[in-house]
Design a protein around this ligand. Structure first.
Ligand SMILES: *Cc1c(COP(=O)(O)O)cnc(C)c1O
Length: 823
C-alpha cells in the first residue's frame, strides 16, 4: 500500500511550458516520435493527434496535482453516476480552460497549421441523447472549475447516439463511430478492472441465527469491467477531475475448446456477449428502453463504479463505516438506481455489515436527481426479469421495501392506498420494480431541476413519498457552463463583453450584470448587433455548404433545436409557419418580417410521430422555400444531425429562441439558457426554467404565451375539446386542413392525415389550445423586431441577466446543500 509520506516524496517532472515556440517544438516531436510522421507528409488528422498529445501533457500536470491534493487533504469525493455524458469535442475546451488558446494558435500558425481546422477534425463524442447527458457534461466541467473533487462514471459506448441523415426528408439512422480512429484523450486503466455478475442463484450459509447467516450470490455469467479515464479541465485549470468510462470484456476472450472442436462462431460467443454491454447507447428520450440489455448496462456500470468507490475508500481510510463522510454519490436520473441495491449487497454480503448499518450508510451516501414527470418515462422492470438477472438484488429490494412499508404503516399510519404508492414494487398488473421509488428511498436528497418541476414533483409523481419523507425533496435549477456556451462558442461576443466590462465575469458569470447599462448605449448596441450578424453569416455559410440553401443574414433567425418530441411541440412551430405562409400569400401588401425558421434535432428511431414531424418540417420547407410568391420572406431549414458541435454554431446565431413545450412537461431545459446567454430573445411557455429566466431577464425582455401548467391540468380534468378550439380558429383550421389534405405532400396526400386527426381527437400536448396565443406572441416578436435599437437593448439585457444559470452556481448549491463537499 502506498502511504502519504511516500507520495509526498515522489519526484514530479517539471511543469510543461506554455511558450508558443516550445509548444511548436513539442508538436513536431510528437508528430515524429509518437505518430511516426514527417511534418512534410503529415495529414491534418496527424496534426490533430500531435496537438492533443502536447496539450494533454499540460493537463496531466494539473490532473496529478489535483488527485494528490484530494488524497492528502482527505477531501470528500463526489461521484456523478450517469448513463449519459454528451461531451462533444474536448480539445478546444481543454486549451481554453488552460488559458492557452492564443499560444496554441500561434504555435500551430508557425507550423503552417490552422487551429480551427485541426480542432474541427475531432469527433463529436455523443455519449448521450440530449439535455440529461449535456447536463452531466456541463456539471463535470463545473465541478472541476469550482474545485469539487469529483469523478464522473458512465459507459464508454463504442457507438454513441446515431448519426442522422435525411433521405427524401425522412430521418435515417446511421451508426456513429467516434472511436474508429482512436481517442488521444483517454487512458486505459488496466488495474481498475472488476468482475460483474449476472443471473445464477443465491446460497444461504450458516444456520438460523441472524448473526451467522450469510448470503452468497453465485452468478451464472461474469464479465470484466475495465476503466478508461478522460481528464476534465476546470476553468483556469484550477483542478482536473476524471471522467471514468467502463468498457466490458469477457473473462475468456475465446473458448478454445469450442474453437478447436470446429465451432468457430460459438468460440466467440462469450466475447460477443460481453462486448455487447458497452456497444451502443440506447437512443431514447423520455421513454425508457425497457429491454434486458439496458438493465444489464445499468447494473454493469453501477456495480463497476461502486466497487471502484469502495476500493478507493478502503485503500485510503481502511473502514467503510466512514463512507458517507468521505463519499457522496449522485444518481443522474434512475438509470443508476440499481446502485442502491448493489451498495447494500456489497456492504452486507462482501463487507459483512449488518442490514441496519448498511441501510444508514447507503442513504447517507446517495442522492438522486429526477428529470421527468411523464408517467410513461418512469423506469420500472418486470419482477421476473429483475429476479432472473439480479437474484440477490431482488431479495434486498424486498427486504428494504418491507422495512420502509413497516415504518410507513406502523409509525406514520399510511393507508393501503398510500402504501401501494410508496412501495418499490408496483402491484398493479404485472409486478414491476419501480426504479424511481428505489432511488428515492435509498437517498437522503431528491432534487428537481427547476423550481416549477420540483413543486410539481411534490404534487404528482412523488406526492406520497414526499408525505413520508418531507425533508428530502429540494430544488437545484439546472445550469450550463459559460466557458463552452459563451466564451468558446461565441468568441466575438466574448471579446466584446471583455472590452466593455473587463474580465470579472470570466470567473463569476453573475458579474455579466455589469453589462446592463450598455443596453442603453447606442454604440455598444451597434457592436453587439455586428457580432450577431457575423454569427448569422457563419451559420448561413454552414447551411449553404451542407444543404445548398442560400439565406439572408438580415432576416430574423428563429431557432428551435432539441430532441424531436411531441411535448416540445415542434409541430406547433411548423403549423405556425404554414399559417404565415398562407398570410403572406393572401396579404402580399403587408410588411412581413423576413424570417428563417431553423430546426434541428433527432427523433428516437422507434418514435413514429416524431419522425413524421421531421418529414413534415422538410415537406413544408420544400414547398415554402420554392414558392416565388413568398419572395424569400419565409424560409424553413431543418439542419441534419443535431449535436453539441452544431449547437455551438447555431446558438450564437439566434435572434429568437423557441422554448414552447406544453407547460408542466419540460423539467428544466438548458437550451433555453444557452440562447439567452448568447443574446437571443425567448418565445416560450411558463415551463421548466423559462419561469426563472423570465424572473431574471424581466418580463419586457421575454415573450411568454399560452396555458400555464395549472391551466393545462385544469383543461385536461375538465374535458378539453380540441375540435371545438380548432373550429373556432380560422387560421388554425386552414393550416391543419392544408397539411391533412396533402398540400405539402402531393406524392402521398394522406401522409399527415393521421398526425392531424390526432390533434382533433385528443391533442394531449395542447397544440390547438395554445395556437392562437402562439401566433399572437409571434406577431408581437415581429413588432419588437421592427424597432432594431430596442430589440438589441432587450437581447443585451438577456446576456447581462442570465449569469445565474451558470452550472457553477448549480454545482455550488449541490456541493453545499447535498454533498457537503468542496471548498
Ligand atoms: C443543450 C443541448 C440539449 C438540450 O436542449 P433542450 O432545448 O434543453 O432540450 C440537447 N442536445 C444538445 C446537443 C445540446 O447541446
Amino acid at each position: 500500500m502506498i502511504t502519504k509520506s511516500v507520495i509526498a516524496d515522489l519526484p514530479s517532472p517539471p511543469p510543461r511550458s506554455a511558450d508558443p515556440a516550445k509548444l511548436a517544438a513539442e508538436i513536431i516531436e510528437r508528430l515524429t516520435y509518437s505518430i511516426g510522421k514527417d511534418a512534410k507528409v503529415a495529414k491534418p488528422h496527424d496534426w490533430m493527434t500531435a496537438t492533443i498529445l502536447v496539450i494533454r501533457d499540460r493537463v496531466i500536470d494539473r490532473w496529478m496535482a489535483s488527485t494528490r491534493q484530494t488524497y492528502e487533504t482527505g477531501g470528500k469525493r463526489v461521484y456523478y453516476l450517469s448513463l449519459e455524458f454528451l461531451i462533444g469535442r474536448l480539445t478546444r475546451d481543454a486549451v481554453s480552460n488552460l488559458g492557452m488558446i492564443d499560444e496554441v494558435r500561434e504555435a500551430l500558425n508557425s507550423l503552417g497549421v490552422d487551429f480551427d481546422a485541426v480542432t474541427a477534425l475531432e469527433p463529436d463524442a455523443a455519449l448521450g441523447n440530449g439535455g440529461l447527458g449535456r447536463l452531466a457534461a456541463c456539471f463535470m466541467e463545473s465541478m472541476a472549475t469550482v474545485d469539487v473533487p469529483a469523478y464522473g462514471y458512465g459507459i464508454r459506448y463504442v457507438h454513441g447516439l446515431f448519426r442522422q441523415q435525411m433521405s427524401d426528408g425522412w430521418q435515417v439512422e446511421l451508426p456513429e463511430t467516434w472511436l474508429a480512429n482512436g481517442n488521444a484523450w483517454e487512458f486505459q486503466r488496466r488495474e481498475s478492472a472488476y468482475e460483474i455478475g449476472f443471473g445464477g442463484s443465491v446460497d444461504t450459509i450458516g444456520n438460523g441465527s441472524d448473526e451467522t447467516q450469510r448470503c452468497i450470490w453465485k452468478p451464472q455469467e461474469r464479465v470484466i469491467a475495465t476503466a478508461f479515464d478522460t481528464p476534465v479541465v476546470g476553468w483556469r485549470a484550477k483542478r482536473v477531475n476524471t471522467l471514468r468510462l467502463w468498457t466490458a470484456q469477457p473473462i475468456d476472450p475465446i473458448l478454445l475448446d469450442a474453437f478447436n472442436a470446429g465451432d468457430h462462431i460459438g468460440a466467440l460467443r462469450e466475447s460477443n456477449k460481453a462486448e455487447a454491454l458497452a456497444r451502443v447507447l440506447y437512443p431514447a428520450d423520455q421513454t425508457p428502453a425497457g429491454q434486458e440489455l439496458r438493465l444489464r448496462q445499468e447494473y454493469f456500470f453501477s456495480s463497476a463504479s461502486l466497487q471502484d468507490i469502495l476500493r478507493r475508500h478502503l485503500q485510503q481510510y481502511g473502514d467503510l463505516r466512514t463512507l458517507a463522510d468521505k463519499v457522496a454519490i449522485q444518481l443522474n436520473d434512475t438509470h443508476p438506481a440499481v446502485s442502491v441495491a448493489e451498495m447494500m449487497r456489497l456492504l452486507i454480503d462482501i463487507h459483512r455489515m449488518d442490514f441496519d448499518q448498511a441501510w444508514d450508510i447507503t442513504r447517507a451516501t446517495f442522492s438522486y436527481t429526477n428529470h421527468t414527470l411523464l408517467p410513461e418515462a418512469l423506469e420500472s422492470w418486470p419482477v421476473p426479469l429483475f429476479e432472473r438477472l439480479l437474484p440477490r438484488h431482488m431479495q434486498l429490494v424486498y427486504a428494504i421495501n418491507a422495512n420502509v412499508l413497516r415504518h410507513a404503516r406502523k409509525d406514520r399510519g399510511f393507508s393501503d392506498e398510500k402504501i401501494r404508492a410508496v412501495s418499490m414494487i408496483d402491484e398493479a398488473g404485472d409486478r414491476r420494480v419501480r426504479m424511481g421509488n428505489l432511488a428515492f428511498l435509498g437517498s437522503h436528497s431528491i432534487n428537481g431541476v427547476s423550481a416549477l418541476h420540483t413543486e410539481l414533483m411534490k404534487q404528482t409523481v412523488f406526492s406520497d413519498l414526499h408525505g413520508l419523507y418531507p425533508d428530502r425533496i429540494n430544488n437545484k435549477t439546472n445550469g450550463i457552463t459559460p466557458r463552452r456556451w459563451l466564451m468558446q462558442c461565441n468568441r466575438g461576443l466574448f471579446g466584446l463583453i471583455r472590452e466593455a466590462i473587463g474580465d470579472d465575469f470570466m470567473d463569476d458569470a453573475e458579474k455579466l450584470k455589469a453589462l446592463e447599462p450598455f443596453a442603453r448605449d447606442a454604440g455598444f448596441r451597434a457592436r453587439f448587433a455586428n457580432v450577431k450578424r457575423d454569427n448569422k453569416v457563419r451559420l448561413s455559410n454552414l447551411v449553404a455548404r451542407r444543404m445548398g440553401i442560400r439565406l439572408d443574414p438580415s432576416s430574423l433567425f428563429d431557432i428551435q433545436i432539441k430532441r424531436i418530441h411531441e411535448y416540445k411541440r415542434q409541430l406547433l412551430n411548423i403549423i405556425e409557419a404554414v399559417a404565415i405562409y398562407d398570410q403572406i400569400r393572401s396579404h402580399p401588401e403587408l410588411d412581413w418580417t423576413p424570417r428563417v425558421k431553423f430546426f434541428a434535432g433527432k427523433a428516437a428511431p422507434s418514435y413514429y410521430n416524431a419522425k413524421l414531424i421531421i418529414k413534415l418540417a422538410n415537406d413544408v420547407a420544400r414547398v415554402i422555400n420554392n414558392d416565388p410568391t413568398v419572395r424569400g420572406l419565409l424560409k424553413i431549414v431543418f439542419i441534419p444531425n443535431y449535436n453539441v458541435s452544431l449547437a455551438e454554431v447555431m446558438v450564437p446565431a439566434a435572434d429568437l429562441s423557441e422554448q414552447i413545450s406544453t407547460a408542466g412537461m419540460e423539467a428544466s431545459g438548458t437550451g433555453n439558457m444557452k440562447f439567452a446567454l448568447n443574446g437571443a430573445l425567448t418565445i416560450g411557455t411558463l415551463d421548466g426554467a423559462n419561469v426563472e429566466i423570465r424572473e431574471c431577464v424581466g418580463e419586457d425582455n421575454i415573450v411568454i404565451f399560452g396555458l400555464t401548467a395549472e391551466e393545462v391540468a385544469q383543461q385536461r380534468a375538465d374535458g378539453y375539446n380540441p375540435r371545438a378550439v380548432i373550429e373556432n380558429s380560422r387560421e388554425l383550421s386552414q393550416a391543419l386542413t392544408a397539411i391533412a389534405s396533402g398540400v405539402f405532400s402531393p406524392d402521398d396526400r394522406d401522409r399527415f392525415s393521421g398526425l392531424i386527426s390526432g390533434l382533433y381527437e385528443h391533442d394531449w400536448f395542447m397544440v390547438a389550445a395554445d395556437f392562437d396565443a402562439y401566433t399572437r406572441a409571434q406577431r408581437q416578436v415581429d413588432s419588437l423586431w421592427v424597432d432594431e435599437e430596442a430589440w438589441y437593448g432587450r437581447t443585451i439585457l438577456n446576456t447581462a441577466r442570465v449569469g445565474w444559470f451558470s452550472s457553477d452556481r448549480t454545482i455550488r448549491q449541490y456541493a453545499k446543500e447535498i454533498w457537503k463537499a468542496g471548498p
